[in-house]
Design a protein around this ligand. Structure first.
Ligand code: HEC
Ligand code: HEC
Length: 243
């Protein structure tokens, strides 16, 4: 037994000769990197924060977000980015830095780690996009109805000065934020910041699918015309992504 133990420990020792690089320290060509954590750290956490932590942009490890948007939707946004916002395109085919295999590894890694919790959410979540809402037979979002929803369900936190949620009708915020991200804010919330998901807050009922489309349409209608490129990156205050 002792002999086995000595052999086993000395086996480990051989791999740890002084000066010999550890596996994790070895240079890996950027396009060969397939470790999801390393990919996230290099390309995403500067804006999104580490999964499960607070960052300027959404927490990519939020299980409700992952369940709601689905692998395909997550992957498409990562590949194509979101035009007019700081979210860059990552696919080579869209001028980005990552190969298809790397994007698959990143998405699979996130779902593997946070997917168990995501699987706990009921199948019938609100539509993940305006076009899916239409396919489910909803009416187009109506800003007039949305203003009423905002007054009833949002303004307690977002109304004017002093609300815990700040102003989400601030032109600088809306100019940099897509309708898709407004929808995900309403459906998934930013629980790490105190913004509740659609499921109701302090005993209120959940927001209905039509109410979600309406309030998103109202917020989108408050958006000013798109500012110029320079003002956009200055207002974003987000680090530029590495190409
Ligand atoms: C319980 C208080 C509360 C309620 C109710 C609430 N919010 Fe929020 N909301 C917050 C907080 C807190 C934040 C984070 C603000 C920050 O850190 O700047 C936030 C953030 C947001 C954001 C920005 C998200 C982002 O990614 O930066 C949007 C958009 C938003 N809320 C819309 C709404 C809408 C629309 C409603 C009503 C359907 C609503 N909120 C209801 C508290 C609330
Ligand atoms: C330069 C900052 C920046 C970097 C780097 C970045 N993102 Fe984003 N990302 C954003 C912003 C800002 C948004 C919201 C865009 C919008 O308004 O639709 C966003 C949105 C997203 C969304 C959709 C979220 C939603 O609520 O609609 C996904 C998914 C996403 N990013 C994934 C990634 C992944 C994966 C990486 C790394 C490979 C990454 N992002 C790197 C800034 C960034």
């Amino acid at each position: 037994m002792w002999v086995g133990l000595i052999l086993a420990t000395s086996g480990i020792g051989c791999d740890r000769l002084p000066g010999r690089p550890e596996e994790a320290d070895r240079f890996v060509r950027p396009d060969r990197l397939l470790d999801p954590d390393a990919l996230l750290a290099r390309h995403c956490t500067g804006c999104h924060g580490e999964p499960g932590r607070i960052g300027p942009a959404r927490d990519l490890g939020d299980p409700l977000y992952l369940a709601w948007i689905g692998r395909q939707g997550f992957r498409r946004t990562t590949e194509e980015g979101v035009a007019g916002t700081p979210m860059p395109a990552f696919a080579r085919s869209a001028g980005g830095p990552l190969t298809d295999r790397q994007i698959a590894a990143l998405v699979d890694g996130l779902y593997a780690r946070h997917g168990d919790a995501a699987a706990g959410f009921a199948a019938e979540l609100p539509p993940a996009s305006e076009s899916e809402a239409r396919r489910r037979g909803l009416e187009p979002g109506d800003p007039a109805r949305g203003e009423i929803v905002f007054g009833e369900r949002c303004s307690s936190c977002h109304g004017g000065l002093g609300g815990v949620g700040g102003s989400v009708t601030d032109p600088a915020y809306l100019a940099l934020t897509s309708d898709a991200a407004l929808r995900s804010a309403v459906v998934v919330g930013r629980p790490e910041l105190g913004m509740p998901p659609f499921r109701g807050y302090e005993g209120e009922p959940a927001l209905g699918d039509q109410e979600i489309s309406d309030v998103v349409a109202w917020l989108a209608a408050q958006r000013p015309e798109r500012p110029s490129e320079e003002r956009r990156s200055a207002a974003a205050g987000l680090p530029r992504s590495e190409p």
